[in-house]
Ligand binder design. Structure first.
Ligand code: SAM
Length: 283
């Protein structure tokens, strides 16, 4: 009889029993046990060439990616999982497990090699919650060849990434990521889809790279300064940041932004105009 998918209650239980494993909290281990969720994320991920996965766990998403991709490269930090992955995914010849903290990997070299060999590369992962932001920022600041990043993250964090201007969730994180990517929340995932079940629900978010923009630290610093005190007007935050009321006024004037506006009302193109005016007024 064919084996059940790894993303199922029965198979996950069997694997954990066979290898005497318990999910490690400090590695953010919550394993997906609902194959429809995993398949849906894999389907949406544009993984047909090569795909990088962060945190394969016992292989639930890895398996679904391997069915759809030419090559799956998965970074896992927990050495206990290596024999499990090798054994349980032995039926696939297109999976490469790298035992390494993703935050320590040479992403540039990894991506260039995959692009050369497989033409394109995307990222798809069910991220450990405790390092969601560092992992995403490593990807955002990484090579532009990664056109699609599809990740399962805590729902509240997903809401902040995908928030529209004017909404309470809209902040520096939203503006920064929406400058680099078209950001879409694809679907929510209830906590019951995981074992052990976390305390929060999750969502799958997709970041689609915009052409011709790169992570510019000075732009990001200006965005963060604009949101420094949410209740203050943009003018007041800029005055603090530049140390000059005159310059703050000129920036707004040149960017065509009214003085009473708050940062949470600006969309990405307004922030771009703000940044251009900020640079011009430095001369
Ligand atoms: N993909 C599996 C699934 O969906 O069932 C497991 C997801 S679990 C939320 C996160 C995984 O990331 C765990 O396997 C954990 O050991 C791994 N992990 C945690 N920190 C990591 C890091 N810095 N680099 C690579 N993997 C990491």
């Amino acid at each position: 009889m064919d084996k059940k998918p790894i993303a199922s209650v029965a198979r996950t239980r069997e694997i954990l029993n066979t290898y005497g494993l318990r999910a490690k909290k400090n590695f953010g281990q919550n394993f997906l046990i609902d194959v429809s969720v995993v398949a849906r994320a894999a389907d949406a991920s544009h993984c047909e060439n090569a795909v990088i996965e962060i945190g394969p766990g016992i292989g639930s998403l890895t398996e679904q990616l391997a069915m759809r991709s030419k090559h799956v490269r998965s970074y896992e930090v927990d050495e206990r999982l290596l024999p499990v992955l090798n054994e349980e995914l032995a039926g696939y010849d297109n999976i490469e497990i790298i035992l390494q903290d993703f935050l320590a990997c040479d992403l540039e070299a990894s991506v260039q090699e995959l692009v050369q060999r497989y033409e394109g590369v995307s990222v798809c992962a069910n991220l450990p919650y405790y390092v969601t932001s560092p992992i995403l920022f490593k990807l955002f600041e990484g090579p532009q060849e990664i056109e699609y990043i599809t990740v399962m993250i805590q729902k509240e964090v997903a809401d902040r990434f995908s928030a529209k201007p004017g909404s309470p969730d809209y902040g520096a994180l939203s503006a920064e990521s929406q400058y680099l990517y078209e950001v879409k929340k694809l679907f929510t995932v209830p906590r019951t889809a995981f074992s052990p079940a976390p305390n929060v629900d999750s969502a799958v978010v997709q970041f689609h790279r915009r052409l011709g923009v790169s992570a510019d630290p000075a732009f990001f610093a200006l965005v963060r300064a604009s949101f420094q005190q949410r209740r203050k007007t943009l003018y007041n935050n800029l005055k603090e940041y530049t140390g000059s009321p005159e310059r703050a006024e000129r920036i707004l004037q040149e960017a065509g932004i009214e003085s009473g506006v708050r940062a949470q009302e600006l969309d990405v193109s307004a922030f771009q105009a703000l940044y251009e005016a900020y640079r011009r007024t430095a001369e």
